[in-house]
Design a binder for this molecule. Structure first.
Ligand SMILES: Cc1cc2nc3c(=O)[nH]c(=O)nc-3n(C[C@H](O)[C@H](O)[C@H](O)COP(=O)(O)OP(=O)(O)OC[C@H]3O[C@@H](n4cnc5c(N)ncnc54)[C@H](O)[C@@H]3O)c2cc1C
Length: 419
């Protein structure tokens, strides 16, 4: 038997492609023959850990606001997004019985707050529909192009007229996404843009060593800062500025701000450039406004650095701030108070490393977009070959953008493959 379509990879993109085909053809006489091959014993393992186990399915922002969160070429996604937008994703899940809620930042979650319900909804749709043959525990080892595509699995082979590769990137390889698709794509003539970890923790100098957290890391681990600003300095020039919340964890600087800076920071570190993160603890106040505030605080008669910091910073930040500004601590109180506004707006962390694929949220890089049609998701080099999801050189910020990328590209690929 020759399948009309073989989908390789049962993660967010592969499951959505299969569920969409099921819904599309359930009342049709002419049902396509489709197989979905998933390496792990159960599909959707990564989906199950998304959004801290709650799964931020998508984001309701309109394209103009949505697109700015997609890298490195949001235009590539535009057609796919309009074909299956965030509101289509929401309608799709609602029609399958999954209730949704919209939270802060226009992030959409299942009402149950259980990521597993998202996977279960898609798998149930596929299994009940009986159109797509879903085979788990079925790693694909090789894909060859002959008259049709030959998909070589462990102990058996199958043929398909079209193939959709949706094997994901390299982040959290324990979920099954270990980069196999790059090899398949390369063997079929495609170039791979260097994959790198993104949405990952940035590690400042003095934060940890081989055996765990050291002085700075121990003092900052667990600190969550709200409404601060962070800039990324590469080789002495500020290249990105962000405002929002930042977390310090056992991996380094993360949270929304750290993650947003990580894409460019990781690239720069890999290229051997000097990378610094500058934290502005008081972005709402200019240096002169801060100086006024410090003057008011000092009017009680106490102008020691410790006292002023206790009035201006979260308690946990103080030892780390002092540690990072030792010269300030050694100055006479009046002098230190004078220098404090600048120091509060310029906390500098030299970044020496980052958390790798084992714990990053997404992969930056992948199958080159230049070799894939944005109108169909079909390869420009190998007719009948399609790509979807994180395997492509396309990634989003945190906020539901990555799953939407997976869903939109998957539906466009499935629709085009079965035309
Ligand atoms: C901790 C964490 C939290 C996240 N939270 C969010 C979030 O809340 N919102 C959001 O939008 N994004 C989130 N993401 C990102 C999002 O999960 C991914 O971008 C998305 O899952 C990518 O979908 P995909 O189908 O391309 O790849 P995946 O979901 O990774 O699926 C790929 C599938 O292919 C299978 N596979 C691999 N190789 C083979 C092979 N040789 N043969 C057969 N099958 C194979 C894998 O086992 C896997 O099941 C998060 C990621 C992580 C790691």
């Amino acid at each position: 038997m020759v399948y009309d379509l073989a989908i390789v990879g049962g993660g967010a993109a592969g499951l959505m492609a299969a569920a969409w085909i099921t819904e599309q053809y359930k009342d049709s006489e002419a049902r396509p023959a489709v197989v979905l091959l998933e390496k792990m014993p159960r599909p959707g393992r990564k989906v199950n850990i998304t959004g801290k186990g709650r799964c931020n399915i998508t984001n309701t922002r309109m394209w103009d606001e949505f697109g700015v969160h997609v890298h490195p070429n949001s235009q590539f996604l535009k057609n796919a997004f309009y074909g299956f937008s965030s509101s289509d994703v929401m309608d799709f899940f609602k029609a399958l019985g999954l209730e949704l809620v919209i939270e802060r930042g226009q992030r959409v979650y299942p009402k149950s707050m259980r990521a597993m319900d998202v996977t279960d909804t898609l798998v149930r749709c596929i299994r009940d529909g009986g159109i797509v043959d879903l085979r788990a525990d079925c790693p694909v080892l090789k894909i060859e192009r002959k008259e049709d595509y030959q998909i070589i699995c462990d102990g058996f082979e199958l043929s398909a007229r079209k193939v959709l590769i949706a094997t994901g990137g390299l982040s959290y390889p324990s979920t099954g996404s270990s980069g196999d698709g790059y090899g398949f794509a390369k063997s079929l003539g495609h170039s791979i843009v260097q994959p790198r970890p993104s949405l990952t923790a940035l590690q400042p100098e003095g934060y940890m060593d081989g055996s765990g957290l050291t002085g700075l890391g121990r003092s900052l681990n667990g600190l969550a800062l709200k409404n601060v600003a962070m800039s990324l300095e590469v080789s002495g020039s500020v290249v990105q500025e962000e405002f929002g919340d930042a977390d310090f964890t056992d991996g380094g600087i993360e949270g929304a701000l750290g993650f947003r800076l990580s894409r460019r920071a990781v690239e720069a570190l890999d290229n051997g450039q000097k990378v610094t993160v500058i934290l502005d603890l008081k972005p709402a106040l200019s240096e002169s406004q801060l100086a006024q505030r410090i003057k008011r605080e000092s009017s009680s008669g106490n102008n020691t650095l410790r006292y002023l910091l206790s009035r201006l910073l979260p308690k946990q930040m103080i030892p780390a701030f002092v540690n990072l500004n030792r010269e300030l601590a050694q100055m006479a109180p009046g002098k230190a108070a004078e220098r404090l506004p600048y120091a509060l707006k310029q906390v500098r962390f030299k970044i020496v490393s980052y958390v790798g694929f084992e714990r990053c949220v997404v992969t930056n890089g992948g199958v080159s977009l230049k070799e894939v049609s944005q109108k169909t998701m079909e390869s420009k080099l190998s007719p009948g070959l399609f790509f979807a999801g994180e395997l492509l050189d396309l990634d989003g910020d945190t906020g539901g953008y990555n799953l939407q990328i997976a869903f939109s590209t998957a539906v466009l690929a499935a629709r085009s493959a079965l035309l």
